[in-house]
Design a binder for this molecule. Structure first.
Ligand code: TYD
Length: 209
């Protein structure tokens, strides 16, 4: 029996609050679908029961950072095993709006007792992305975009300054692409698409023009 080659790719867009991960994940999914690729868009916290609990905890200052970290990791393993891995096996391009780098950046910034190594360790059961793109913006501008809405506990400029530093350091060490998002949406999206197309080409994944 001839085994068909799967044209799958696991892409993550990550970055501080207000950096545009949701907007750009949506636009990227639309773009890849138009290119004729089977595309699955997902996000974290996921839609699992743990993900729903985490969304309520985003409003709750009294949850310890270690509890957040462990729950995000538990949610991620479920998300990977039950959704992402299955879609990749079915030949989809999976786009996740946030993934492990969110836990590394946010939870290690929340408490001095939480090391990046520990966060990586508790996340070791979640599969690795093929491509991670960090969307970068100064928190002063990113929070200004959100001022009409009630802010979650992580949406605080001084925390986000720390979180941003971790993202940028990780990007340097891990070789992730960093794209500045303080620009016209279409221009930012075009840069993201360029990086993704290059990766698809490297993998020999064909697209419609
Ligand atoms: P966000 O992605 O902004 O969702 P929404 O657009 O619905 O508000 O909110 C998720 C928040 O959770 C964000 O502040 C980052 C935080 N977070 C972590 O701290 N650790 C994680 O592992 C993940 C996935 C998110």
């Amino acid at each position: 029996m001839i085994k068909t080659m799967h044209q799958s790719l696991f892409i993550v867009l990550d970055g501080i609050d207000g950096s545009g991960t949701s907007t750009h994940s949506n636009l990227l999914a639309g773009f890849l679908s138009l290119k004729g690729l089977k595309t699955f868009l997902t996000q974290e916290p996921s839609s699992s029961e743990i993900g729903k609990l985490l969304r309520t905890y985003l409003k709750n200052e009294r949850i310890p950072a270690s509890t957040d970290a462990l729950l995000f990791a538990a949610d991620r393993v479920l998300h990977y095993k039950n959704e992402i891995k299955k879609k990749l096996e079915d030949g989809y391009i999976v786009i996740s709006d946030r993934y492990i780098e969110s836990s590394i950046a946010y939870q290690s910034s929340q408490s001095e007792n939480i090391s990046i190594e520990w966060v990586k360790n508790i996340n070791k059961f979640a599969g690795k992305p093929d491509l991670t793109i960090i969307l970068d913006i100064d928190p002063k501008f990113s929070l200004a975009r959100k001022h009409q809405k009630a802010l979650d506990k992580f949406e605080d400029t001084s925390l986000l300054e720390k979180v941003r530093k971790v993202y940028l350091n990780r990007a340097k060490n891990e070789g992730y692409f960093v794209i500045n998002t303080d620009d016209i949406i279409e221009l930012v999206q075009a840069k993201i698409q360029e990086v993704v197309i290059e990766k698809l080409n490297q993998r020999g994944i064909q697209t419609k023009n």
